[in-house]
Design a protein around this ligand. Sequence first.
Ligand SMILES: Cc1cc2nc3c(=O)[nH]c(=O)nc-3n(C[C@H](O)[C@H](O)[C@H](O)COP(=O)(O)O)c2cc1C
Length: 280
Amino acid sequence: MIFSRHLFCEIKDLLYLWRMIFYFSGTGNSAWAARRLHQCTGEELVDMAGALQSGADSLHYTLEPGERLGFCFPIHGWQPPALVRRFVRGMHLDGADGAMTYAVVTCGDNIGEAMAIFSRELRRRGLELHSALSLVMPESYVALPFMYTDTIEREREKCRQASADLERFLPLLLDGRRGEWRLVKGKCAWLLSYVIGGFFNRFMITDKKFRADASRCIGCGQCVKACPVGNMSLADGQPQWHHDGSCTTCLACYHHCPRHAIDYGRVTRRRGQYYFGKNN
Ligand SMILES: Cc1cc2nc3c(=O)[nH]c(=O)nc-3n(C[C@H](O)[C@H](O)[C@H](O)COP(=O)(O)O)c2cc1C
């Protein structure tokens, strides 16, 4: 069974070599899902954060007739991250008419109406979202009083379940099936996305609250390397945030610090750290 699925993926690999998966990831969950999609479909991986940093020319893509287009990203405040929406608004696609479009999103608990919001973003660009999946994965947001990383057992269980869900989705995707597969919207999805999420994304996405504790920071630069949007550098051996509006508050800098020297206000001082692969 496993053998035949892999063989199936490899044959598809040859057929779909030039299709694209646009992805964004802070702590690695969505990057893991995007890599698995890439392995199975052969679709080229395009880092949306990198493309936006490289400027307008990098947002120009040409599709062959009937090509498929994939998006893979985390949910931030029950909405697609602003960076993803900026990418969709800025991208130039030639030959996208009728392209089959899909989205795989990752979240810690639930996504609210994020997929409906994303679908509308695509529609404004003349694209229709054909199929969508959400994967519940380890929690990365710890910057509010009631938010914590998962226990290691829960992390492993979430990753195991997400992997099983993704494997079930892949044949449906490859067969071109339309639909929403296991969209975990949560209770009061509308309220989560449009009211609480609206407030969160408007007022709580900022790098102004990041600080590095000079007594613990060893200037290793892991935080700079981990930042997916290039919003950090080292000055006098200490991390600096650029305050240029590019931060998505993905907390990759906080989670990757080997000395737990980075905090986001006081609230993260005794919180756990997580990135994909840290504990498994
Ligand atoms: C700023 C921010 C906001 C988040 N908002 C939500 C949310 O609304 N719902 C949820 O279930 N998880 C939320 N999370 C958790 C992430 O969506 C989840 O951990 C995701 O898998 C992280 O993906 P990544 O590792 O690719 O960055 C949030 C994480 C961050 C950093």
